[in-house]
Design a protein around this ligand. Structure first.
Ligand SMILES: Cc1cc2nc3c(=O)[nH]c(=O)nc-3n(C[C@H](O)[C@H](O)[C@H](O)COP(=O)(O)OP(=O)(O)OC[C@H]3O[C@@H](n4cnc5c(N)ncnc54)[C@H](O)[C@@H]3O)c2cc1C
Length: 367
């Protein structure tokens, strides 16, 4: 069970209880990227779960770890998701060189990493244009454009993204890119109200040469249809963490204000039961993470949607049980409400999921 603390390495649990929880306020309010804590989490195995040699991918462990970290601080949990997602894409690519050369560093946290997938995923669904365009040249591609909103980034960090071929926009390529490589620069993002410590940047590409050695898949679709469900499932760890934090806050406020709260329509135990049911669904889906059938993606999208709905309901109920403290600067309830909104917004957002499920009932993502 994901809720079982036994699934998360003991050293990671210790770090969550001490370092991650202690830094949460500074990370959230002052926008401090928890780089040192993430490096320690990596050393203790927080990002390693699905890249152990010879073992089947263990997404449930990665989700459990992300949940434990997110319960203390969603920003750190989100950076964990960034790291896991980059690792998951590399681990599942056919590029043996990247698997041997880059993956170990991502898996032990020495190489901070992330993914710039929001624009490509929305472009493939036809709601945006590709922001990165590539020209095929000898030995690779020259890429230009700007990819906004990529998190867990800094000089020397790596991220996975997708670009469209200038000569044939239906041809897409996915690759690993290093911030600071020739032609790739980062620009700080707008001042955000939440997730300030997530090191979220815009990455500018100016005729950047992406060598064939860094390509994860060309064309991109074969890898994305296989690996994208896992990336979406990994996000449920963020949801489970924030739901857990919301339930803890509900209990805390009920202890002092039971008479005021007892007639509210739902109670912490109700949310805990919903969370258990959600976890069961997630665990079942993690058993076949590389299933590339439309039916599987549909179930993953439905579960991801349910996770967002429950996260919003739990953080809202924590706010209703708190009353005024929810509106005080620096209050934990205020942070959890903002974190809950993020879970529902990060791609695939609720509006993306609802549109995909409504407009393509058989194949929510026909790539
Ligand atoms: C804190 C944070 C971190 C993120 N990290 C990542 C990440 O690591 N990887 C990733 O792939 N995606 C990341 N995203 C992007 C995120 O996935 C999507 O923005 C989100 O899903 C919402 O997408 P959307 O389709 O609702 O529209 P949005 O992408 O939110 O766009 C909504 C509208 O806002 C406009 N817009 C976009 N940027 C700006 C701006 N700077 N100023 C004014 N208007 C703007 C758009 O053109 C559009 O019309 C991050 C977002 C946030 C808020």
């Amino acid at each position: 069970m994901i809720a079982s603390p036994a699934m998360v390495p003991a050293a990671v649990r210790d770090l969550v209880d001490t370092e991650v929880a202690a830094a949460a306020k500074r990370v959230d309010e002052d926008g401090v990227h928890p780089a040192a804590v993430l490096a320690c989490l990596g050393q203790e195995g927080a990002f390693r779960s699905h890249v152990e040699d010879g073992k089947p991918p263990a997404l449930d462990v990665a989700i459990a770890t992300t949940a434990a970290i997110s319960e203390a601080c969603l920003t750190t949990g989100f950076c964990t998701w960034c790291q896991h997602s980059a690792g998951w894409l590399v681990a599942n690519s056919d590029n043996a060189g990247l698997r041997a050369g880059l993956l170990p560093g991502i898996a032990n946290g020495a190489v901070p990493a992330g993914v710039g997938l929001a624009n490509p995923v929305k472009a493939m669904r036809g709601t945006e244009q590709f922001k990165l365009r590539a020209e095929r040249v000898r030995g690779g591609y020259l890429v230009s454009g700007a990819q906004p909103w990529i998190s867990n980034m800094g000089e020397g960090h790596w991220f996975a993204t997708v670009f469209a071929d200038l000569a044939d926009p239906s041809h897409r390529i996915t690759a690993m890119v290093r911030c600071g490589q020739s032609g790739v620069t980062i620009r700080p993002n707008v001042h955000m109200t939440s997730l300030r410590g997530s090191a979220t940047v815009t990455v500018l590409f100016k005729q950047a040469f992406v060598p064939a050695e860094h390509i994860l898949a060309d064309p991109a679709e074969s890898l994305l249809s296989r690996a994208y469900p896992g990336i979406v499932l990994l996000q449920t760890g963020m949801a489970l963490g924030v739901i857990g934090a919301g339930i803890a806050l509900m209990r805390e406020f009920d202890a002092g204000q039971f008479e005021s709260n007892r007639h509210l329509p739902r109670h912490p135990d109700d949310f805990a039961a919903d969370r258990d049911a959600l976890q069961e669904r997630i665990v079942r889906l993690t058993e076949t993470p590389l299933d590339d059938s439309p039916g599987y993606l549909r179930s993953v999208f439905e579960t991801r949607l349910q996770a967002s709905e429950l996260t919003l309901a739990a953080t809202r109920m924590a706010m209703l049980r708190a009353g005024l403290p929810a509106f005080m600067q620096g209050s934990p309830v205020d942070r959890r409400m903002r974190e809950g909104n993020f879970v529902a917004t990060i791609t695939p957002s609720m509006r993306f999921l609802l549109r995909a499920l409504a407009t393509s009932p058989e194949t929510p993502w026909p790539i």
